[in-house]
Design a binder for this molecule. Sequence first.
Ligand SMILES: Cc1cc2nc3c(=O)[nH]c(=O)nc-3n(C[C@H](O)[C@H](O)[C@H](O)COP(=O)(O)O)c2cc1C
Length: 369
Amino acid sequence: MSFPEPLPPLEQIPAYLQTIADYEQQAQKHLPENSWHYLQGGAMSEISVTENLTQFQQIQLIPRHLNDLRQGNTRCEILGQTFPHPVFLAPIGHQALFHPQAEQASALAAGVLQSNLILSTLTNTDLTAMPPENLHKWFQLYWQGDRSSSLALVRLAEQHQYKALVITIDAPHSGIRDRERRVFFRLPENMQHPHSPPMPLPEIQHNQHPLFDGLMQIAPRWDDIQWLVENTHLPVVLKGVLHPGDAERAIQYGVKGLIISNHGGRVLDTTISPLKALYHIQQLAPTGFPLLLDGGIRRGSDIFKAIALGASAVLIGRPYIYGLAVAGALGVAHVIRILKEEFEITMALMGTPTIKEISKHYISHNFTL
Ligand SMILES: Cc1cc2nc3c(=O)[nH]c(=O)nc-3n(C[C@H](O)[C@H](O)[C@H](O)COP(=O)(O)O)c2cc1C
């Protein structure tokens, strides 16, 4: 089947775009075939991609009625920072694939909707050029192969008022994404990547293993995390944690928050679902320790369920990129607004006026291992 010519981004939001699912459908019309598969695809059989969506159906809501909701709000406090709502923008690389204004458009929307933008190392826009001034922003670090190159990037983020460092630890190698291979997905040659210069790989001798003696030689390890925690004044958050043992170790090493995530199902297929991992990690984390979750958030009720299981906030990935592809900053802002509004109304219908009141007592699930 041939893919039609992509439509240009919209300048107004039509009434038929009401949900994240509507945006998903529309986004495909605005993207070339290979960018679409890059965005949508997941690792191998894409079982985790699907399960990230269906995991929320395994939880049922148990609303309580007649509570006093008059002082309600969606405020949350994480790492000493106050956010008006818990919908954050996940780090997504190469946003110029989806709209010419790329990360600038996402940042603009995040600023207007007061969301927290987590800027990827693989950004096409320089981290020093993130409008507006009052934007909540964290920087996501991909390890740069060695300590000094990684620290140079951390220093740049510190100097430009990024308020936390998110280190993604679940992708020492990229996932096997069959869809991308089928369409020969390649990044455009002239694409700008101001913070991710090509990393030189160790030279492989004929008796050495190309992966374990190659890329895995420059992948980060626990002692690098410990070292980074000691060498930055920014709070360090690890992204991609699923194993309770890793969560425990991170906390011991002074990490200040965790993002429970399987990278949107893009790296390793058939992982434990992020919600189930959250359920188990939440039981060992100290009270109030920031646990964020991403993967499959498409409705405000999904946000409620994640918070009920112990999340402090959630990240959205593909949903805001659908908005970006459809209508640039306007589309991203609309996507955030849809989720925020759905979440607020869910809170009201559940009888929970504030995030603090959302708890496991409002849900039913069977998440034993
Ligand atoms: C196109 C694309 C690019 C991504 N790039 C990054 C990245 O640069 N760094 C990172 O930590 N995660 C990256 N992720 C993972 C997201 O941060 C997030 O974990 C995931 O998208 C959440 O799932 P969702 O898309 O279902 O919301 C990317 C995801 C997608 C879909």
